[in-house]
Design a protein around this ligand. Structure first.
Ligand code: C2E
Ligand code: MG
Ligand code: MG
Length: 705
């Protein structure tokens, strides 16, 4: 049924542009009107959502997605055309309908929940889930009724077997609870109410801790501990999850950094990435930036991606996994086998670890089939060179079984429950102290004996270092600052051309741009683990410069501190020769452009020929007095041309004329009468003021042939 509206120009604002049925506003207006007009009829409100609509868009494209929505609207129109009902599109893939209870009870309305879409070759079926609310209290605002129908729909959103759910009051409480959590989120983040718990992951063969998983908990000031299963789906809906996930990653990195800074052992920690993150193109860079900010190597943070994220978003997940890999992160496929995907998908995904869903273990006792499936997954993973972690190991029997089928690692209550950070750190310390062959990462703290060599003046090594031919030294990059720690005698000889009276270290910090340049060279030497070689225009203590050739090698360090050995050569002579070669090359090129070049020296009243092209038989560097020069010029130039050229006789006049030329060049055209022919010629006059205050005038002559 459609309600007629009085004004035609309102038409476009009433209907949803895409589907042509009511939009949200007119649905509200018409439903309120219908309820008022039929106070004695019992009505129900239905809220539909199309399942996996996002995937549909990804798979078939937006246009196909639009067509499906249009078709959906047509089905509604078709089925409800003779009913007392109002229907419309709320937003995206959400539709609403208010219809009589009689219709719900006595018709096959559930077929509204399924539509088919024909691509031209294949027919696809799409399903919806919906929530129903029986309107009992007409005083309730319509928006409130819609919330109730939606709350009912939410309860079956992930249950593919259920077509619809009726609203009951418990759902309302859940909705209120959700709203409360949403409003409390910002404070909870600001007050650090979210705590990261750590659950160790152990090597299957001997139970040794090899890594851990970070699991978030909300330690609420009044409600106590809330588990992630309660709030994560909610924050995935409203987008807060991206704030929460980044908070967790940051906390984990801070913990890792603090372990390394204290020189303590640690293991990689895997973090969970919500499925909705894959709609965010900045995801991989965000992870990388957090790790970088804490100065960590990417192998200390592993990334868990849940299998259902891949099912939702195969293309984006695949791209993200590849990118994370290229950034050096290991990627784990979480909850593998929980139902959405097939083993086939593994061939397209460069993941490193399979985490087998804990439900496999639940069924092991009852069904032989479960163990066959589990064993084949493990075997397949081995062929694909993936390592396998089994989640939810609760008994010794399960562990024994997993060991027997060569599952690499285990995680579960039998070994450790998720624990607060302090407890986890204490466990790491205890394990590190008791174990000699732990798979722990320690910081690559350099051996202190390196420093001893330079500190003790009487050791053989130290004598060798200080008297080594050529400049050498140690420098340290610490928290973005660079500092010279030790230098040998050769360093002073190389940089200052003298031996120091005392072995003092120069403690003036490096200036920009040298500082940033050196830090970058150190970074390359460290990351690429090779000797880095470069030329440096080094600013000395007295603000003069020297050219050095530097070789740099990374010796070791901790996460925020790195030590480098360097060797230097003085390449001043080399640079000078290079510069001269450069100047000579350029002047040769410039002179080649002209047939003759004269230098006018007004102070000495002379004119010197600097260059003459090959066909002229005059020696360059021939000097004329200006009188001789003009005498000669008069012989080879017509009187009217000579008049023009006389301007150069008078320096002041030349200066004035040059100033008027915005090109700073005065060009005079004249005919040159040689012995053989008359040639059309141009003389260009330039003036150059050099920094030493001297003035130079050039006259460059070119025959125009
Ligand atoms: P998950 O990533 O599969 O994590 C494993 C879950 O199994 C954890 O539940 C863990 O406490 C639980 N578990 C571990 N061992 C056993 C065992 O032996 N028996 C049983 N029955 N359970 C075990 P938890 O901590 O409640 O986390 C639930 C889910 O919430 C996680 O599943 C993960 O998907 C999500 N989650 C947790 N923290 C975060 C987070 O920081 N960000 C995101 N996006 N999701 C998170
Ligand atoms: Mg996980
Ligand atoms: Mg899991």
């Amino acid at each position: 049924m459609r309600f007629t509206h009085k004004t035609a120009n309102k038409q476009n604002m009433l209907y949803d542009e895409l589907t042509g049925i009511y939009n949200q506003q007119s649905f509200f207006e018409c439903t309120s009107y219908m309820l008022e007009e039929h106070p004695d009829t019992s009505f129900c409100l239905i809220y539909w959502n199309i399942r996996k609509f996002r995937t549909t868009n990804d798979l078939f494209g937006w246009e196909a997605g639009d067509q499906i929505l249009v078709q959906w609207a047509h089905t509604l129109q078709e089925v409800l055309k003779d009913e007392l009902a109002v229907y419309g599109r709320l937003d995206h893939d959400n539709f609403l309908c208010c219809v009589t209870e009689d219709f719900i009870q006595n018709s096959d309305w559930t077929k509204l929940g399924e539509i088919s879409y024909f691509t031209g070759e294949t027919e696809y079926h799409f399903y919806s889930c919906c929530g129903l609310y029986r309107i009992t209290d007409l005083t309730l605002p319509l928006s409130n009724m819609i919330d109730k129908a939606r709350a009912a729909m939410e309860t079956i959103k992930n249950n593919y077997m259920a077509l619809y759910a009726w609203y009951d009051e418990s759902m309302w409480n859940a909705l209120l609870e959700e709203q409360r959590m949403n409003t409390e989120f910002k404070t909870a983040i600001a007050e650090k109410q979210f705590k990261v718990y750590y659950q160790p992951i152990c090597r299957s063969s001997d139970g040794l801790i090899t890594s851990a998983e970070a699991l978030v908990r909300w330690v609420h000031p009044t409600k106590g501990m809330i588990s992630p299963g309660t709030f994560i789906p909610l924050f995935e809906k409203n987008g807060f999850i991206s704030i929460l996930d980044r908070y967790v990653w940051d906390e984990v990195c801070a913990m890792q950094q603090s372990r390394l800074d204290q020189g303590l052992a640690t293991v990689p920690v895997s973090v969970n990435v919500s499925r909705v993150e894959f709609y965010n193109p900045a995801l991989c860079d965000d992870i990388r930036n957090i790790v970088k900010r804490h100065n960590l190597s990417p192998d200390l943070l592993k990334i868990e991606i849940t299998e259902s994220a891949y099912a939702d978003n195969p293309v984006q997940v695949q791209e993200a996994v590849k990118k994370l890999h290229s950034y050096g992160f290991s990627v784990l496929m979480d909850d593998f086998g929980s139902g959405y995907s097939s083993l086939n998908m593994l061939k397209d995904l460069p993941i490193d670890v399979l985490k087998i869903d804990m439900r496999f273990l639940d069924n092991l006792d009852q069904s032989q089939k479960a163990s066959i499936v589990l064993e084949s997954i493990i075997r397949l993973a081995k062929w694909m060179k993936l390592s396998v972690v089994s989640e939810g190991v609760e008994t010794k029997k399960e562990w024994d079984y997993l060991r027997s089928v060569e599952c690499d690692a285990v995680q579960g209550y039998y070994f450790y429950r998720p624990m607060p950070q302090e407890e986890y750190i204490a466990l790491l310390d205890k394990t590190a102290a008791n174990s000699t062959n732990l798979l722990f990462h320690t910081s690559t703290e350099f051996d202190d004996s390196i420093m001893d060599i330079f500190n003790q003046t009487n050791t053989m090594e130290s004598v060798l270092f200080y008297s080594m031919l050529g400049g050498m030294g140690l420098l340290e990059v610490c928290d973005g600052e660079i500092e010279l720690i030790r230098v040998n005698n050769g360093y002073y000889e190389t940089v200052y051309n003298t031996l120091p009276r005392e072995r003092k270290i120069l403690n003036r910090p490096f200036q920009e741009p040298e500082r940033s340049f050196l830090i970058e060279q150190c970074r390359i030497a460290k990351d690429e683990a090779k000797i880095q070689q470069f030329q440096l225009h080094h600013r000395r203590e007295d603000d003069t410069y020297v050219w050095l050739n530097v070789k740099l090698r990374h010796l070791g360090g901790s996460s925020h501190r790195s030590l480098f050995l360097f060797a230097i050569d003085n390449i001043e002579e080399l640079k000078k020769a290079e510069r001269e070669r450069y100047v000579t090359n350029y002047s040769t090129v410039l002179l080649k452009l002209f047939d003759r070049v004269y230098h006018l020296d007004y102070a000495a009243d002379t004119i010197e020929l600097l260059h003459a092209s090959g066909e002229d038989f005059i020696e360059p560097r021939t000097q004329y007095s200006s009188a001789d020069f003009f005498k000669h010029l008069a012989e080879v130039t017509a009187p009217e041309d000579l008049e023009k050229l006389k301007i150069i006789k008078d320096k002041t006049l030349l200066d004035e004329t040059l100033e008027k030329q915005h090109t700073n060049c005065l060009s005079i055209h004249y005919m040159f009468r040689g012995n053989v022919a008359v040639t059309d010629t141009t003389a260009h006059f330039f003036k150059a003021d050099l920094p030493d205050g001297s003035e130079h005038y050039l006259c460059c002559v070119k025959k125009n042939v």
